[in-house]
Design a protein around this ligand. Structure first.
Ligand code: 0PR
Length: 387
């Protein structure tokens, strides 16, 4: 970086920043095939610019934007089957999950034990570190979902929260949340669903299986994480924590007495927060509407199916599970998957490596021709390895 002392012109500044960021990958390259984010909706620029100065941390200054946020939360709550939902936009799934754990801690009056599947996102480890929680990670079944019998054995009257995942980070797997809910009934244990990824997929799936139920229609579910900046097509940073009702939402509340507009409160970890990103993401939801989400999800599932069939037809690869949504865990049968990952990286492909498989995510920016190219590359790597 150049020195800070001499100020630079716009052109010089742009040159410096372009030079340093030139190695960033671009979604348009077709090589980002393992990320859970995507290209934001086409009108995003307009809303980002228009609401650049809005700080949702000061609702007294921006009452209209604060109202818009609440109306959007209600809208998402209704999609998830709750007329009474309340919550906030946050920076993403991590903040939403941490808030859910904070809320559960308050709800349970200070208990610390959290029962969750081994597949849960690492944001729960952050929450545990922050709040000194005890995570009991439950092994998975062969479908890579939480083992309900083992969960049952772990849940007791000392349990602060039970977490289920609707669209796991590695494989898109959906836990048996109805069964998990039933385990929360006896002690009225707080149940949270992490649908950061699945929340904008599952409600729009055609031919839905009853096992994919994840929302407030399960009576024990108290809160849900969902990220507009993943399958919502929104812009980074946009997550949401949605609570079943205002009473639950207010458990994480901190009163703020001095901000303009007088008495107000925060239910977020951060203080000042981006109105621009939130409003741009809400604008995306409004412009897409239910039918467009159904279409986006259908196309993503078709691409997943297309790739899955290629894998299963090949002698060289296998899928960890039959994909449930638009995430695939890919393993090589002929070479160590870790080496395959390294070679893909060397060739400029951005896929994530999870222990012993690669995560492929069929986001809206991934085109059929990218999938063909990627599959050819996979075959060429294993063929070369064999020679
Ligand atoms: N819950 C689930 C189920 C997730 O998959 C994720 C993140 C989170 C919570 C946390 O969300 P934030 O990262 O928004 O706080 N899943 C992706 C992952 O860890 C996040 C991601 C997205 C990472 C795009 C990289 C990337 O390029 O892989």
């Amino acid at each position: 970086m150049e020195n800070f002392k001499n100020k630079k012109s716009f052109r010089e500044t742009k040159k410096i920043i372009d030079r340093i960021t030139k190695n960033d990958l671009s979604f348009k390259s077709g090589k980002i095939i393992g990320s859970m984010c995507t290209i934001p909706f086409k009108t995003t620029n307009y809303f980002l610019k228009r609401y650049m100065t809005v700080n949702l941390g000061d609702p007294g200054l921006f009452p209209g934007s604060a109202q818009l946020e609440q109306e959007a939360i209600k809208m998402i709550g209704k999609i998830f089957g709750a007329e009474t939902a309340a919550g906030t936009f946050v920076t993403g799934g991590t903040e939403a999950n941490i808030l859910a754990m904070l809320t559960a801690k308050e709800y349970s009056k200070g208990l610390k034990k959290v029962v969750l599947p081994e597949s849960a996102h690492f944001s729960f480890d952050k929450a545990a570190k922050l709040m000194d929680l005890e995570l009991v990670k439950i092994p998975l079944t062969k479908e890579m979902t939480i083992d309900i019998d083992l969960a049952k054995a772990a849940i007791d009257d000392k349990t602060m929260a039970v977490v289920g995942v609707a669209g796991s980070t590695g494989l898109g797997a959906v836990d048996n949340l109805k069964a998990l809910g039933e385990l929360c009934r006896e002690n009225n244990t707080y149940m949270h669903v992490d649908a950061a990824f699945g929340g904008f997929v599952l409600p729009f799936l055609e031919n839905k299986d009853d096992r994919l139920k994840f929302d407030f229609s399960i009576p024990e579910v108290k809160s849900i994480t969902v990220d507009p900046h993943k399958m919502g097509g929104g812009v980074i940073p946009s997550g949401c924590i949605i609570y079943r009702d205002t009473q639950t939402a207010s458990l994480s509340e901190i009163e703020v007495t001095y901000l303009s507009g007088g008495k107000t409160s925060h239910r977020t970890i951060v203080g000042t927060r981006s109105g621009a990103a939130t409003i741009a993401s809400i604008a995306t939801m409004l412009q897409k509407g239910r039918l467009d989400y159904i279409k986006t999800v259908r196309e993503s599932i078709e691409k997943t199916q297309y790739f899955y069939e290629k894998i299963t037809r090949s002698d060289n690869f296998e899928s960890v599970i039959k994909p449930v949504i638009n995430v695939i865990g890919l393993k090589s049968k002929t070479m160590p998957t870790k080496e395959l990952h390294q070679e893909l990286n060397r060739r400029g492909w951005a896929v994530s490596y999870f222990n012993n498989y690669l995560r492929i995510v069929m986001m809206p920016h991934v085109r059929m021709r990218d999938i063909d190219k990627f599959f050819k590359e996979l075959e060429s790597i294993v063929a070369k390895e064999r020679r």
